[in-house]
Design a protein around this ligand. Structure first.
Ligand code: TEU
Length: 538
């Protein structure tokens, strides 16, 4: 298998608006990211992924861009950005930016022109039709919005304020490629590509038989031509790393995007876990990992993540964020850093931050949640019931400010934060984590360090054992003579089991464990405590 720097890397995702505020406006900023780079470096991350910080009316927290070549004033200035890039590089790390090119903001000058008249030169930068079809968008009941000025509908996969670009138009492609060069020429190290498999649309927009299953939005004919053109004209001329956000994808389709012989992207995020597994489901999770490993290993590279700015924090969603918060945080960390693929750490995950539960819909900010609330209550449903039903997967769960210390506003801002701070910041914060050698933080740090010392964690083959076990997830990673066994008890109950035959008879040493004492000396029979994780080396 071809070795590359990015396969060996760990990515730290910075949701800058909630990271660290240095000017007291209640939003984190790029200067704040600069001041906390030593913290990210201390953790051991290799790459920083910065969520969108471009000019934007901020309807969808920066994913609605009105100026691709500027920095949003809330985040800072272009000068701040350039200093950030320099400071990241000075610490031997890399910086990747979010590339959001499926859609723009409706305030983008291209769209302002496009909607102004049918014969405007920018009309074909977007998708206009005389009639709507029955498709749903991610955030609204229809993908089509009627525009009175010209009496036609425009297409949007997300909010009405996020019209989709028309990638069929070569001028659009050239504009985007040129914009990508603008950032790459500044020296950034790659892109996280927002819903990149949505660029191509179904010819003729036929009605869907099941409009609620919105997979018609992605993987349409033409998508690979666009991505190959992007690679040919832009990406291949730089030493960069790309990760595509690719919903509705199977491993077979996934290979078409990241196959090493394809000339498209390097890696992908698929959403079989985060979009479709609301609660932990052991059998399903094992099946997903196995299928993706068999489908891609040796030919294309995967990613591992259990939360990000769109998905409820992992301890709250999949673990236990009260009694076993530390245990479940470190157990899932072991999982993420030992499964095949690049691990992503979302800010705050490394100190075991939890999801929030605010009292009213007014405390929430996310457009996806607010739109859904409006849509459902509009049908006459009980508002409280709708509210409750949205809490578990609300995107704001993971968007609350980072907890730096136990001072007012968790040390995030001297002003009023744009979204409320999670009240548990006095107990869970960076200062406390750094002062405690047994904290979640130091466990992540150890795992990341191990990855740098042991190639088996990156390039080792994956072989699951105890496959039908409902509580235990166990697998070997093997590279040459190096053989590791990872055993995770993903449950709140203790469980006893026998090591597999091939492992019981060989002497073993413990590489890492998330309980203070381990059972390395014992025989083949082991008892694993709630959310206990252990890695053995043979
Ligand atoms: O998200 C795409 C997206 O909507 C899903 O992949 C995601 O799983 C979903 O939001 C869960 O509810 C990207 C960005 O990450 C998101 O923040 C943006 O709102 C969206 O694109 C539109 O740009």
């Amino acid at each position: 298998m071809k070795k590359t720097w990015w396969k060996e890397a760990v990515v730290y995702q910075v949701y800058w608006r909630s990271f660290y505020d240095t000017d007291g406006d209640g939003y984190g900023d790029l200067e704040g990211v600069i001041r906390k780079l030593d913290y990210i470096k201390e953790l051991g991350a290799d790459v920083v992924w910065l969520n969108p910080c471009y000019g934007s009316p901020d309807v969808d927290n920066g994913y609605d861009i009105s100026d691709y070549r500027s920095i949003m004033p809330k985040a800072g200035t272009m000068d701040d950005f350039e200093r950030l890039l320099q400071e990241v590089h000075a610490r031997g790390m890399k910086l990747i930016m979010d590339l959001v090119v499926n859609h723009t903001s409706d305030q983008h000058p291209w769209f302002v022109e496009s909607r102004s008249s049918k014969d405007n030169p920018y009309r074909d930068y977007y998708i206009w039709r005389k009639e709507a079809n029955n498709w749903r968008s991610y955030f609204t009941p229809s993908t089509w919005e009627y525009d009175e000025t010209t009496g036609e509908y425009y297409f949007h996969s997300f909010a009405t304020e996020q019209p989709d670009l028309n990638w069929e138009n070569p001028k659009v492609r050239e504009e985007i490629f040129d914009m990508m060069r603008f950032w790459l020429d500044k020296g950034i190290d790659g892109f996280r590509m927002d819903v990149i498999n949505l660029l191509a649309k179904q010819a003729g927009f036929p009605d869907a038989e099941h409009p609620d299953v919105i997979s018609y939005l992605g993987n349409n004919p033409g998508i690979h031509d666009y991505l190959q053109e992007m690679h040919e004209k832009v990406l291949k001329h730089y030493d960069v790393f790309t990760v595509g956000e690719i919903p509705f994808v199977t491993p077979e389709d996934g290979l078409l995007y990241v196959g090493e012989d394809r000339g498209e992207l390097n890696t992908l995020f698929h959403f079989e876990v985060c979009d479709y597994m609301a609660h932990w489901d052991m059998a399903r999770f094992k099946e997903i990992q196995k299928r993706w490993y068999e489908g891609m290993w040796g030919r294309g590279w995967n990613s591992q993540f259990l939360n990000n700015h769109d998905h409820t924090r992992l301890v709250t969603r999949f673990g236990n964020d009260t009694t076993f918060r530390t245990e479940s945080a470190t157990c899932f960390a072991t999982l993420l850093h030992t499964l095949p693929g690049m691990p992503y750490v979302y800010q705050g995950e490394e100190i075991g931050m939890t999801g929030v539960r605010f009292d009213t819909i007014d405390d929430y900010n996310d457009i996806a949640m607010k739109n859904k609330y409006k849509e459902e209550t509009g049908k006459g449903r009980d508002p409280q019931e709708v509210f409750e039903s949205l809490l578990h997967l609300a995107r704001d769960n993971s968007r609350t400010p980072m907890h730096w210390d136990d001072s007012s506003m968790a040390g995030f801002t001297g002003g009023t934060p744009w979204i409320k701070v999670n009240p548990n910041y006095k107990e869970i914060n960076v200062a406390a984590a750094l002062a405690d050698p047994n904290s979640v933080f130091y466990y992540y740090k150890k795992l990341i360090q191990l990855r740098k010392e042991h190639e088996v964690m990156v390039y080792g083959s994956y072989e699951p054992v105890l496959e039908d076990h409902p509580q235990l997830y166990a697998y070997f990673r093997t590279l040459g003579t190096e053989k590791w066994l990872i055993v995770l008890n993903i449950s709140e109950q203790s469980v006893s089991f026998e090591l597999p035959e091939s492992a019981a008879s060989v002497s073993r040493e413990t590489v890492i464990t998330n309980y203070p004492d381990d059972h390395a000396g014992g025989s083949g029979a082991l008892t694993m405590r709630p959310f206990e994780a252990v890695i053995y080396r043979f």
